[in-house]
Design a protein around this ligand. Sequence first.
Ligand code: HEC
Ligand code: HEC
Length: 351
Amino acid sequence: MNEFKHNSEENYIEIIQRLVKALVVLLVIIVILLVFLIWGVPVPKKELPKKDTPPKADTSSEKSKADVWMAPDTSNIKSEKNAAQIIYGRELIANTSFYLGPQGKVQHNSNGMNCQNCHLEAGTKPFGNNYSGVASTYPKFRERSGGMENIYKRVNDCFERSLNGKALDTLSNEMQAIVSYIKWLGKDVPKGEKPKGAGLTELAFLDRPADQVKGKTIYMLKCKTCHMENGEGKLNEGGLTYQYPPLWGDHSYNNGAGLYRLSRFAGYVKSNMPQNTTFDAAQLSDEEAWDVAAFVNSQPRPEKDLSKDWPKISGKPVDHPFGPYADKFTEQQHKFGPFGPIADARKKVKK
Ligand code: HEC
Ligand code: HEC
């Protein structure tokens, strides 16, 4: 009996000891869980390319072709289930005017230019305003409209501004085809990323205003042969499409278009003009690109009602040429620069 009592006492102590151990283990687990909850589970971080960091201008070492985006091989389109639609979309980008221009076969909703005049090689050329980063980054918020834009809206922006025309019906065969093609082009780009060579070259700002008088000299020397002295370009035989698209006048982009901003025009020209220029063999200096931009964008062109643009004026880019502005710089400086001081003043406001 005594022995039994003794035994059960020992058991009792052992049970308590075990309970205490279990409690300690439980506490440790809870503490670890709390730490993870507060600091987050350490997932290995994937290095995302920094968005909107301009490639440094003119440092030839950085101009390697190696990691620049290359478009998927068009001969593989045929294995897609909507191949016919993608091919029609590519055709519309390349020969927009033939289908949708002033004498277009399908509709007349644009000015005679082709998307490809600005989005070179059907939107595939590195630093030629290609579409590599469209499928991966839209829908996205854009300051110009003050809202979320999907690819349809963004394409129609270019119809209404760059092609100085009318928006296409989202459900039309033509819009569906264009968007299918743009999605196909970007199909291998991870969501959220913009590959190297997407869009346009970002040039360093000049420390003086861009000079349209100097720009005119460059124009007469290096652009006039194709775009003509009056800037109106040259039509192909038959007059349906342009051999050399207009840079100003009735058939050019309007004052709400991307190219009407000096930085967009200069960046486009630097890596792509005169014809057949590539980003790794530019023919104009940065100064020449800015100056010729100032000259061309001082010539007459169609005007669009822009009163609904930039609902938040502090969202206007430094080179948006129309006030009102959230800063004290003049419209003149916002149009021609120097843009550096405007950009610096904004950085200070943000701090
Ligand atoms: C007069 C030149 C011009 C023409 C013609 C033009 N665009 Fe654009 N497009 C631009 C510019 C400039 C941008 C803005 C590029 C930037 O800011 O990096 C742009 C941007 C775009 C974008 C967004 C690109 C991105 O990466 O965010 C799409 C999509 C687009 N255009 C589609 C079209 C389509 C489709 C057509 C023909 C219907 C067309 N564009 C015709 C000049 C043009
Ligand atoms: C040898 C002919 C040639 C010369 C020289 C030339 N361009 Fe072009 N330019 C073209 C062609 C062709 C296109 C359309 C490209 C396409 O559709 O593939 C074009 C397109 C453009 C565009 C976009 C479309 C538009 O009409 O708005 C701009 C801007 C432009 N050129 C500016 C210039 C400037 C500035 C110069 C001088 C520095 C220049 N070009 C010199 C042939 C030329």
